[in-house]
Design a protein around this ligand. Structure first.
Ligand code: SAM
Length: 237
């Protein structure tokens, strides 16, 4: 079972939105589990200090290496092989391939940064993999951790109603997904594309693939380039 351990200065933020909808129902069923640990619990001083000023000067504060190491060590048991992640704008951008590989693990230990960040030495010493959820800066790693957990949990066995919907979604095929339509047939003068009501599933699949390719080419040239390089373009495979 996927067990997420989140190390945070704000454990009360969890499960938060992860307690609702798909992830929340799966949590209640026991398809995954969540433990939010307060980093401050490992402090021993009167002020429960977790941060200090940056070496070399500059703005803000930095999470102390001894504190971060202590909370990681207190949380992981000797046989714990789960990946250790640090949510960080400097990290490798999270993508569906990494989400899928994480969903095959036993869980993850996720450290949420705050302030200016985390002392580099503990990142190296405890083998933390830095993961970014995008090229923008949040005030803390908690929302980023929730994004990662939500994306992983929906791929766990039995969590999504229709298993197929996970495989045809954006990014799984290297493409953005085709557009969707539902009833009514005509809405504000706009019709559902005729092909989708033809009942010809071969043609529908082809139309969806063409649409996905067009969208990807137009909106995400980076994905399109990788897709073409992999020889997946329509008619090539
Ligand atoms: N000084 C850092 C920098 O310029 O890269 C930003 C620190 S940010 C204010 C505080 C924490 O929020 C980070 O340590 C990280 O845990 C989290 N965070 C911010 N943006 C993020 C992102 N795009 N992806 C993942 N985590 C992020």
């Amino acid at each position: 079972m996927f067990h997420a351990t989140v190390l945070t200065l704000y454990p009360e933020m969890f499960p938060g939105p992860l307690d609702l909808s798909l992830a929340g129902r799966a949590l209640e069923r026991g398809d995954w589990s969540l433990e939010a640990r307060n980093i401050r619990d490992v402090t021993t001083d009167r002020h429960r200090t977790v941060d200090d000023t940056p070496a070399g000067g500059g703005a803000g504060m930095v999470l102390k290496p001894d504190i971060v190491a202590a909370v990681i060590d207190a949380t992981s048991t000797p046989g714990d092989t789960r990946p250790r992640l640090l949510m960080s704008p400097r990290g490798r951008p999270l993508d569906q391939a990494r989400v899928r590989s994480l969903s095959a693990d036993d869980g993850a230990l996720i450290l949420c940064g705050r302030f200016e960040g985390v002392d580099q030495r503990v990142i190296e010493a405890r083998g933390l993999e830095e993961v970014s959820i995008g090229d923008y800066v949040l005030s803390g790693g908690e929302l980023a951790a929730m994004v990662l957990i939500d994306a992983v949990v929906r791929l766990l066995p039995g969590v999504m109603g229709n298993a197929e919907s996970g495989e045809t979604e954006s990014f799984e095929t290297g493409l953005l997904e085709h557009p969707h339509y539902t009833h009514p047939q005509e809405w504000e003068g706009r019709e559902i594309p005729e092909i989708l009501t033809s009942g010809n599933h071969g043609k529908i699949d082809q139309w969806r693939r063409d649409q996905a390719e067009e969208l990807t080419k137009e909106r995400r040239p980076d994905l399109w380039e990788a897709y073409c390089a992999a020889g997946k373009k329509n008619g090539e495979r």
